[in-house]
Write a protein that binds this ligand. Structure first.
Ligand code: SF4
Length: 906
């Protein structure tokens, strides 16, 4: 009998990063969703990272927003779609009539599908008549957009993923690719395995997991990238690694850019000093770059999220232009986008300073093209408010109503407490979301339920300009609707024509046709052209295979796709030439000071995504890193009076948060790293956005997430503890807590400032156990302040709580494993009170390989007992590292540490 469920699999696309992997999702009879990589998708060829593999754990309906709601003075009440959208439409009509169209705004998301984004942009710019639509993509890639536009005249990523395999050198700048774009990193590693001569250079202040497999790591001081690349431009010019014919025929601005580079960066010794790296390391990089023609420079948030982000992007592009190193296989500047559809948002003009289809808001002829195509009554004619400015304008009362769609600005924006204040003051906040309780929906006056991944249908575009279908395989829950539909219904309530789309296919068709409509108006044709996909019928749209743009149809009706751009050396500036941009280096706006002596860098961890509203639901993903942390150099920790494992308060001029101190993240002296993910639902006070300065790049408006002056100090508590509980626990009375999703339970890490006088009564009250005769295993040492209690129901562990004045807590991994048991054994009960398993090897330790659930202790034991020496040997023995490969750098590190410790112990 054939039990294969392949015929039920729906081919769709991952909901997370900009790699845009193809996914096969198969609904199973028990309601679970089997997830596998799509072997036919060119981005991942069947592989998925751990986040993609765990997508099935995030689609449950727990916590979902299921129907529209309106906030009254006594709380939220259910409303019909008609009433909710009517309320918003009435309010917007009044506000627009009284204060003009710029008094309302949309704040949207790179999580939206292109169809959603298209309707949102059309609504605001062509009908409301304001460009006040910005997106959380402003926070991650707007500097890359601005850099490309300045250099090429249009927002164009010149390369494709295959170029990574064709390159002879890959330079990763400000990108922890191993954790943030894991499948792309796996492709790089595979290419390196096949061709060991392929050089991998990592430029990053931190020694990240990506560096573990690099040939060369340049640990530059944060914010010095322009010095580094200006120095490279100067060096290339000096040694003659230039293509004079290319510069002469296909570029402008070379002399000015070189003059600026030479002014400060002609001497590598000076550059090395400013970048705080060894001169020989700098020169090795410069020599490698000069001698390796087929070089890809891939960059990400470490470049973009800076007050000089656009200049950093252009300083990199300049180094490719000087040698004509683009437009050919295996070379070019490559911005890797963070979000699944940041690129789709760019196509439809979903940023406040862009128009649809890569046209320019400032150019009257472009506005005329779009308005003519839309037949719209108005057209925004100036840039709208960018993300940070938008929330400042809301607080100042200039913007009276904001509609937040699929994003969580109270967590993700810099100066996030200011966002709270702004939303608190705003006359009307509307939130379309999939989750009922987020830090942002708490401020919404009208809540609108949207479809989530697995339920919605449309397209996304990945970092290599490849359009892929996201397909629904789950029914719409409750009254939730797709975002394009919500916005279209709203447009109709506003009395606008042009929003009578019958489905996402209609929206896509209009988007594709607009891209080809009078495409060459004014000067050279825009490269963004997907007119070849216009006119698809429903079946063709449903069956659309991943396709890169530009995509046009030949006279004979064939689709013609360009995988890489600029083969003909024609750029989108009016003269057809690319631009060198003079990039004078400048330091971050706020320098560290006596009060705030450390530079805060923020970023992602391997197994979480953005503000955790989805990945936070997955026990698999929670296993890797449970709590927010502040990674810092041991000497800085010493000077700050904090120790590894303790909680610390991190304070800037803008706000404060609490996180656990750790070392070992390869942090240089003078800086700290904190992840961006934890929100108000997953931790009491771990929103790093509250600490980040609201400084932005003057060109792109992208915030400086990679540098905020902070100080770190001890967060004093009287006790530490944790709870594992099948039921949710209210922790309002606890000074600091983090909630971590487990399998069939939730884990809470706690720290308290109160003095506990009666442990049993306190524990029962905290855990919500009213039955005084309940089955408890308890241990109390009142003098030492140590308390352990396990609540047993029907011989199964139901809850446990452990408290100590020190950090010497038992292994959570072993205790967590007991929640899967139908019955506790005698030996388990003994172990419970001791706080550790009696059986040898039962404590697997913190998870390293999330795909196969392999813990650190298991790996260390196997290394010693089986004398394992290489990662492939560990994989062969334990499977760890054998699926997505995201943990390979960690396994490599553990191998080295374990073998060194074993050698020292002998
Ligand atoms: S690399 Fe991982 S998170 Fe990114 S698209 Fe692929 S599976 Fe999803």
């Amino acid at each position: 009998m054939n039990l294969s469920t392949d015929h039920l699999a729906i081919r769709t696309t991952c909901a997370y990063c900009g790699v845009g992997c193809g996914v096969q999702a198969t609904p199973l009879a028990d309601g679970a969703i089997a997830i596998a990589g799509d072997k036919l998708h060119p981005a991942n060829k069947g592989r998925l990272c751990v986040k993609g593999s765990a997508l099935g754990e995030t689609v449950g309906l727990e916590g979902r927003m299921l129907y529209p709601q309106i906030r009254e003075t006594d709380g939220l009440r259910r409303a019909s779609w008609d009433e909710a959208l009517g309320k918003v439409a009435d309010a917007w009509k009044t506000i627009i009539a009284e204060h003009g169209p710029d008094a309302v705004a949309l704040y949207v998301s790179g999580q939206l599908l292109t169809e959603d984004y298209y309707v949102a942009n059309k609504l605001m710019k062509g009908y409301v008549g304001s460009a006040n639509i910005d997106t959380n993509s402003r926070l991650c890639m707007s500097s890359a957009v601005a850099g490309y536009k300045r250099a090429f005249g249009e927002d164009l990523v010149p390369v494709c993923y295959d170029d990574l395999e064709l390159a002879d050198m890959i330079v990763l700048v400000g990108s922890n690719t191993a954790w943030c774009h894991p499948i792309l990193f796996q492709r790089i590693l595979k290419a390196k395995e096949a061709r060991p001569e392929l050089k991998l250079v990592v430029i990053d202040p931190r020694r990240t997991a990506t560096c573990e497999l690099a040939d060369l790591h340049l640990p530059v001081k944060a914010g010095t990238d322009v010095w580094l690349f200006n120095g490279l431009l100067s060096y290339l010019s000096r040694i003659g690694a230039v293509d004079p014919r290319f510069i002469e025929n296909h570029t402008n601005g070379f002399d000015a850019a070189l003059d600026v580079a030479n002014a400060d960066c002609a001497d590598p010794a000076v550059v090395a000093k400013i970048c705080r790296i060894e001169l020989p390391v700098l020169l090795e990089f410069y020599e490698l770059f000069a001698s390796t023609r087929k070089t890809i420079t891939a960059y990400s948030m470490g470049v973009n999220q800076s007050s000089a982000g656009t200049d950093k992007a252009n300083a990199i592009i300049n180094c490719h232009l000087i040698g004509g190193r683009l437009g050919k296989p295996g070379m070019g500047p490559f911005s890797i986008t963070g979000q699944p559809n940041a690129m789709g948002g760019r196509e439809v003009g979903g940023l406040a300073n862009m128009l649809a289809a890569h046209m320019d808001l400032e150019r009257a002829e472009h506005r005329e093209v779009v308005q003519t195509f839309w037949e719209s009554p108005v057209m925004a004619d100036k840039g709208g408010l960018k993300a940070v400015d938008l929330f400042q304008a809301i607080e100042e009362g200039k913007v009276k109503s904001v509609w937040v769609i699929a994003t969580n600005p109270v967590v993700s924006l810099p100066d996030a407490d200011q966002v709270r204040r702004a939303l608190d003051k705003c006359e009307l906040v509307i939130s379309s979301d999939i989750m009922q309780n987020t830090d942002t929906t708490a401020y919404a006056d009208v809540l609108l339920p949207a479809l989530g991944w697995g339920e919605k249908d449309g397209t996304v575009t990945n970092s290599e300009r490849r359009i892929s279908r996201q397909r629904a395989f789950l029914p719409a829950p409750g009254e939730a609707l797709p975002d394009w539909k919500i916005l279209s219904l709203f447009g109709q309530r506003m009395g606008y024509s042009g929003f009578d789309f019958r489905g996402q296919h209609d929206v896509f068709d209009e988007h594709a046709r607009l891209s080809g409509f009078r495409n060459a108006v004014g000067d050279v044709p825009r490269a963004f052209d997907m007119s070849g996909l216009g006119g698809l019928n429903q079946r063709e749209y449903d069956d659309l295979e991943p396709t890169q743009w530009p995509v046009r149809r030949t006279a004979s009706g064939e689709l013609q796709v360009e995988t890489r751009l600029f083969k003909d050396n024609v750029y989108a500036h009016p003269d057809g030439k690319a631009r060198f941009i003079a990039t004078a280096p400048r330091a971050p706006k706020h320098a560290v000071s006596e009060d705030y002596p450390l530079s805060l860098n923020t970023g992602r961890v391997r197994d979480q995504w953005h503000t955790m509203t989805r990945t936070g639901k997955s026990a698999t993903l929670a296993d890797h890193i449970a709590e927010s942390f502040v990674d810092m150099h041991p000497q800085d920790a010493l000077l700050s009076g904090v120790r590894e494992g303790e909680l610390a308060r991190i304070t800037s001029e803008w706000g404060a948060m609490v996180a656990r101190v750790q070392h070992g993240g390869g942090i240089p002296r003078g800086s700290v790293f904190i992840p961006i993910h934890w929100n108000g639902q997953t931790a009491s006070d771990a929103r790093v956005g509250a600490v980040v300065n609201p400084v932005v790049d003057p060109v792109s408006g992208e915030p400086e997430f990679k540098h905020t002056p902070v100080r770190v100090e001890q967060f004093r508590v009287n006790w530490h503890g944790f709870i594992l509980s099948r039921a949710e626990v209210n922790l309002d009375s606890v000074a600091h807590w983090t909630r971590i999703q487990g399998r069939e339970f939730a884990r809470y890490e706690l720290a308290g400032r109160n003095t506990i006088k009666d442990y049993p009564a306190w524990a029962r009250a905290l855990l919500g156990v009213e039955d005084l005769d309940a089955d408890w295993l308890e241990y109390e040492d009142r003098t030492a302040g140590v308390y352990r209690a396990v609540h047993v129901v029907n011989d199964r562990i139901d809850q446990c709580i452990f408290v100590s004045p020190r950090q010497d807590m038992p292994s959570r991994a072993w205790l967590a494993s007991l929640f899967a048991r139908e019955q506790l054994s005698e030996i388990d009960r003994v172990g419970l009170l001791v706080g550790m398993p009696v059986e040898k090897g039962a404590d697997t330790g913190p998870t390293v390989c999330s795909c196969f659930g392999v813990g650190r202790n298991t790996i260390c034991n196997a290394i010693i007992e089986k004398d394992l020496k290489t990662v492939p040997e560990v994989t062969a023995c334990l499977k760890a590292g054998g699926n997505c490969g995201s943990c390979v750098p960690e396994i490599k590190k553990i191998l080295v540490q374990t073998r060194v410790e074993a050698a020292e112990a002998q």
